[in-house]
Design a protein around this ligand. Structure first.
Ligand SMILES: [Zn+2]
Length: 331
């Protein structure tokens, strides 16, 4: 249960009362904020038992044809089209299943799903079901990259702590990331899973050449970050955002501190970083910050690893800052 009542339209999308002037081809035009309301309620109809079971009982329901015995999950039919519309009955199925195909991963979601990205979206056949259910996929091992979920991967259904009676109340993680007890028990919630123990990629032992390369790249990164810190556009990109990032490379490590519009590089390890970034070659990060290729691409291509999936948002902001500095130079 959330303590604060959530609104259907988040307050950040509701503009203030007011007006401004826009000048187009030398003429001033007065623009006033106004509103038009539409509000509607949506019934889950005959699917209500399915969503209520997810929300209230943490159970997964399917429908079984009383004639052919086919079990469909989710239970989207009350009568079986294969059996001259024989009625189906609701049954509970297992919460462990197998990926039916290799899922795509969404890194850049629309505003509606931005808070959930990156996520995989795949089809899972749960034990006891004959059809696949479309469900979101996450990993506890750090950033979600291709290869974690494949066709045939065994997964477990996990329930959100705060459930509303929607498909997004549940998601799946690979069973190899869970304990035996968690795999066997139904109704496991997200807060019961350890999200704070990602598997950090090992860095090779550094030789003199790599240390020299690190020192050189560090100077470059330092000067770009200083430039970002004095750039108004770039500062706006991290307004209200606060993160301590520990950056580990083969030749050495440092910290990037984002503090509500301020960004700085620190050559000491933060006491408790919000997340860890690992890139073998520091030039990968340097190139991204210098707007020579996106850092998000390096994450997707596994050249740069981050310890928390949700911090892809921060990486996205760093890319935006690089773009802001590049644009300021142009104009
Ligand atoms: Zn049937």
């Amino acid at each position: 249960m959330t303590t604060q009542q959530e609104k259907v339209i988040p307050s950040k999308y509701i503009p203030d009362v007011g007006s401004h002037v826009e000048t187009i081809e030398g003429n001033d035009y007065l623009i006033t904020n106004d509103a038009m309301y539409t509000f509607y309620q949506r019934s889950k109809g005959e699917l209500s038992p399915f969503f209520l079971a997810l929300r209230d009982d943490k159970r997964l329901l399917g429908c079984k044809c009383t004639n052919c015995g086919l079990v469909r999950v989710p239970p989207f039919l009350t009568h079986c089209p294969d059996c001259n519309f024989a009625p189906t009955e609701l049954i509970e199925v297992d919460q462990v299943g197998i990926m039916n195909s290799t899922p795509p991963i969404t890194y850049f979601a629309t505003s509606l799903f931005q808070d959930m990205a990156p996520y995989g979206r795949g089809r899972v056949i749960f034990n006891g079901a004959d059809t696949a259910m479309s469900v979101n996929l996450y990993t506890t091992t750090g950033i979600l990259v291709p290869g974690i979920f494949k066709k045939g991967t065994e997964v477990k259904l996990i329930f959100r702590d705060d459930r509303k009676g929607e498909m997004t109340d549940v998601f799946c993680v690979p069973t190899v990331e869970l304990s035996k007890e968690q795999i066997e028990r139904k109704g496991v919630q997200e807060s019961e899973i350890n999200w704070e123990a990602p598997i950090e990629p090992k860095l090779p032992q550094a030789d003199d050449q790599e240390v020299a390369l690190y020192n050189e790249a560090l100077e470059g990164i330092k000067s770009i970050i200083e430039e970002m810190n004095t750039n108004e556009r770039a500062r706006k990109d991290i307004a209200g955002w606060k993160r301590h990032i520990l950056v580990k490379t083969t030749g050495g490590q440092f910290a990037i501190v984002i503090d509500d519009g301020d960004i700085r590089l620190e050559q000491r390890e933060p006491a408790s970083p919000d997340f860890v970034m690992v890139c073998e070659d520091p030039r990968t990060l340097l190139d991204g910050l210098a707007y020579r290729g996106a850092i998000t691409d390096s994450v997707i291509n596994r050249k740069l690893w981050i310890s928390k999936n949700m911090e892809f948002n921060t990486i996205f902001k760093l890319d935006r800052m690089a773009r802001s500095v590049a644009r300021s130079k142009k104009s």
